[in-house]
Design a protein around this ligand. Structure first.
Ligand code: HEM
Length: 421
């Protein structure tokens, strides 16, 4: 979707290249002239922040790989060497470690933004599904990356999670042996995890390109959740949203720097600074914080297979979300009942995250059971039902109407509509 105005330049070289390979036109249509709804709020910053985090992860990861040794006898020491002896190694590693968490923070906010404003609904179903694919790939990449330093949590986390597949009837044990490349988590496991951890981020880049392509097919949704009616509802991406995104990047990096320079191990587990020891199981095996809600779902039921099924189903359900929500209205702003349940879902997810870090007994177990039950109830029962029984509030006639208070469309110099830009 472009502004309809062809890309123009006086530079003869750019003209020559663009005629043969319209790369400048594409960039112009995507990042400069791209017509965006004029009412996007700061929750729309998190897509570009996720993109930034992805780039930082790939760049720092490639540099780390230059000094890392994927062998069970050397991996831990090679990471310590990066931290102590390699020039700037500590900085590159701490950026990679902490940006992984910030990447998840950005993407989780991005997902909840989509849930609140109904961005997953028609015609953006494929855009949403590609997002869920990205989320799965991110989790696989993060899980394998955490194994690489070959600390106690690396080893035991890998052992617990890969062992989950043994719950599958008949073929489970064979699948686990196949995943390990042997009869325990060992050198072949570490080696393949390194190979895949290097590969998957590039697969994510590919899916992100499809994600943005799908986004540009119909353009961004917006806080009102209604379609743009005409040029007065839109403004060009540059300078309005380039500046807004740049501001978001500044705030994001500022908060990131606080963790990076003052508490670089805050989000990690101290046990991972103990070399992996297959003969000594840690008292509590705790995954990274972004896996905790799923870990809580896994352990909320006494049956291992059911736990595994529920854990995968909690993500799988997101693939069919666009068809579970029957409401014709996108944005929660106009859904007086569903709006409250959105917050209940958010609280349930936070509760699951808290329960996931506790031992599965007593209050944490009880809370994880209630929150798991609510999670599935929310998507499988509430959403389809509310779509039918909820009476949405009246929608505004256009995006421009509530933004400009009607009538002022052409006089508002601060946000020029598309034709004037
Ligand atoms: C590497 C991870 C990701 C990147 C780099 C990324 C990038 C982007 C960008 C740049 C946008 C446009 C700006 C914005 O709306 O914030 C966007 C929109 C969107 N993304 Fe993502 N995304 C990622 C992951 C996801 C995930 C995991 C989901 C959902 C499961 C998702 C769902 C969506 C949806 C529904 C939109 C349209 C939003 C709207 O127009 O209201 N994305 N994404």
């Amino acid at each position: 979707m472009s502004s309809g105005q062809p890309f123009q330049t006086n530079n003869a070289i750019i003209k020559w290249i663009d005629h043969r390979l319209p790369i400048f036109s594409l960039t112009n249509d995507t990042l400069v002239d791209y017509p965006a709804p004029r009412n996007l709020n700061y929750w729309w910053n998190f897509g570009s922040l996720a993109g930034l985090a992805l780039v930082v992860m790939i760049v720092t990861g490639i540099v780390l790989a230059m000094q890392y040794t994927p062998h069970v006898d050397y991996a831990f020491d090679s990471v310590e060497r990066i931290m102590r002896d390699v020039n700037g190694g500590w900085l590159i590693r701490y950026i990679h470690m902490n940006m992984a968490s910030f990447f998840f923070i950005a993407v989780i906010i991005h997902i909840f933004r989509g849930l609140y404003y109904g961005s997953y609904k028609a015609p953006r179903e494929i855009l949403w599904i590609l997002g869920v694919v990205i989320f799965l790939l991110m989790m696989a990449t993060a899980f394998m990356g955490y194994v690489l330093p070959w600390g106690q949590m690396s080893f035991w986390g890998a052992t617990v999670i890969t062992n989950l597949f043994s719950a599958i009837p008949l073929v489970g044990e064979s699948i686990v042996t196949w995943l390990w490349g042997g009869f325990s988590v060992n050198n072949p496991t570490l080696n393949r995890f390194f190979a895949l951890h290097y590969l998957l981020p590039f697969v994510i880049v590919g899916v992100v390109i499809l994600h943005i392509w799908a986004l540009h097919r119909f353009g961004s949704n917006n806080p009102l959740g209604i379609d743009a009616k005409g040029p007065q509802d839109k403004i060009p991406f540059h300078p309005y949203y380039t500046v807004k995104d740049a501001f978001g990047v500044g705030v994001f990096l500022l908060i990131f720097s606080v963790f990076l320079f003052f508490a670089p191990n805050f989000l990690g587990h101290p046990d991972n600074y103990i070399p992996a020891n297959p003969l000594s199981t840690p008292a509590h095996i705790v995954p990274e914080w972004y896996f905790l809600p799923f870990y809580a779902i896994l352990r909320s039921v006494p049956d291992k297979l059911l736990g595994v099924v529920l854990m995968f189903a909690s993500i799988g359900i997101l693939f069919i979300l666009p068809w579970l929500d029957r409401s014709p209205v996108r944005s929660c702003k106009f859904r007086p009942v569903y709006k409250w349940f959105f917050w209940v879902l958010l609280i349930a997810c936070v509760a699951l995250g808290w329960a996931g870090q506790e031992a599965p007994e007593g209050a944490p177990l009880y809370i994880s059971r209630v929150a798991t039950a609510y999670y599935f109830f929310h998507f499988l029962v509430l959403l389809p039902l509310l779509g039918v029984i909820e009476r949405p509030k009246p929608l505004p006639a256009s995006i421009a109407e509530p933004v400009l208070g009607g009538g002022e469309v052409w006089s508002n110099a601060a946000a020029k509509p598309m034709e004037k830009a």
